[in-house]
Design a protein around this ligand. Structure first.
Ligand code: NAD
Ligand code: UD1
Length: 336
């Protein structure tokens, strides 16, 4: 079985490549390296002692996608490629719509042309907006609060329309909660360009001494300690969710939608404590104003994925913090 992994050099993509190779899938990675480094794929090969095909290609250039499909008989696509910074999407929405939507439309058109109709799409818990109750189930109402989230929602809708038009498609919409941590080897991990936007990479960079303190965005939320609560999921558990999805996709199930989360929420202060314990370092922090658009709490009901895919998370908060720190310590400057 040969899988095309778009965005495979990125954070979640590289971890999924490791698990795909461990399961003896052949893989082809397509990535324009706009938010990643090719070094991640060298590390994937070192970890697995297996090879993969890499194309530095852009989904915005259809000819480059056609070249990949002409050279390989692809059985399914896992589509990670996209821009993902919420704040940036508010300041440059057109770039986000063009990259994420047009990129996906190009990919789908080429898949259609080559009669490859199996796709797993990286969606996000952001499509639930501010949920009315918790835990979040797949049939909750959907909404978007920023252009990034809107691209996820629009792509979900596009994929559903594609399925309605042609029942030969098999489509899995995987809604990720908050991926953190790294492969246990410490060889691959999250390597944000510039100052991180997300909590865990920010805390890690404070722990390593690159940043002086963490700004905690508000302590007046309706949560046990007042700081925001999220469903942090170890990136390897998340990667394994894709491994469990593929065999199901090959049984011609049509359209599938799953939450990939742990079902538990942790607060910002709990995450700080977790990383302090893992790193044995004090993490200085200051309470500042809320970040616009943030919600009190968000965590998944992952029961559907457990029931239908036999997937559930195994790793604990301690594993997430230990592995995030191991990666940060071994690679203080990321892949550079
Ligand atoms: P990432 O930025 O590390 O990986 C995305 C990859 O896509 C990068 O390697 C980038 O170079 C590539 N890419 C972007 N635009 C491209 C294009 N036009 N052509 C080819 N390659 C392109 O991000 P990630 O954290 O690994 O996220 C992977 C996917 O999961 C994204 O779609 C993201 O929106 C989604 N997601 C991520 C999170 C998260 O917290 N990390 C949460 C929910 C959903
Ligand atoms: C963010 C995005 C979401 C996206 C997800 C993964 C927003 C509003 N949402 O989710 O759409 O799918 O990333 O890329 O950006 N926090 C701090 N200080 C920091 C950073 C974060 O206190 O420096 C807090 C936040 O207020 C939040 C929690 O930490 O309560 C997690 O934040 P973050 O890692 O950015 O993830 P989300 O906001 O859940």
């Amino acid at each position: 079985m040969k899988i095309l992994v778009t965005g495979g050099a990125g954070y979640i993509g590289s971890h999924t490549c490791v698990e795909l190779l461990n399961e003896n899938y052949d893989i082809v990675v397509l990535d324009n390296l706009s938010n990643s480094s090719k070094e991640s794929l060298n590390r994937v090969k070192n970890i697995t002692k297996k090879s993969l095909d890499f194309y530095k290609a852009d989904l915005l250039d259809k000819k480059q996608i056609i070249a990949v499909f002409s050279e390989h008989k692809i059985d399914a696509v896992i589509h990670f490629a996209g821009l993902k910074a919420v704040g940036e999407s508010v300041s440059i929405p057109l770039r986000y719509f063009h990259n994420n939507i047009t990129g996906t439309l190009n990919l789908l058109a080429v898949m259609d042309e080559f009669n490859v109709k199996n796709i797993v799409f990286s969606s996000s818990a952001t499509v639930y907006g501010d949920p009315a109750s918790l835990p979040i189930k797949e049939d909750f109402p959907l909404s978007a609060t920023n252009p990034y989230g809107r691209t996820k929602l629009m792509i979900e809708e596009i994929l559903q329309d594609v399925y309605i038009s042609d029942k030969n498609w098999n489509i899995a919409l995987l809604r990720y909660f908050n991926p953190v941590g790294a492969h246990k080897s410490g060889e691959i991990g999250e390597d944000p360009f510039g100052i991180p936007n997300n909590l865990m990479p920010y805390i890690s960079q404070v722990a390593i001494g690159h940043l002086p303190w963490l700004s905690v965005f508000g302590n007046d939320y309706n949560t046990p300690d007042g700081t925001g609560v999220r469903d942090y999921i170890h990136v390897v558990d998340l990667a394994l969710g894709h491994i469990k999805t593929l065999p199901k996709l090959f049984t011609n199930p049509g359209l599938l939608i799953y939450n990939l989360g742990t079902g538990s929420g942790y607060s910002v202060l709990e995450m700080i404590k977790g990383l302090e314990a893992a790193s044995n370092k004090k993490i200085p922090y200051k309470i500042v104003d809320r970040r616009p658009g943030d919600i009190d709490a968000c965590f998944a009901d992952p029961a559907k994925a457990k029931e239908e895919l036999g997937w559930e998370t195994k790793k604990t908060l301690t594993d997430m913090c230990k592995d995030a720190w191991n990666w940060q310590k071994k690679n203080p400057k990321g892949y550079r």
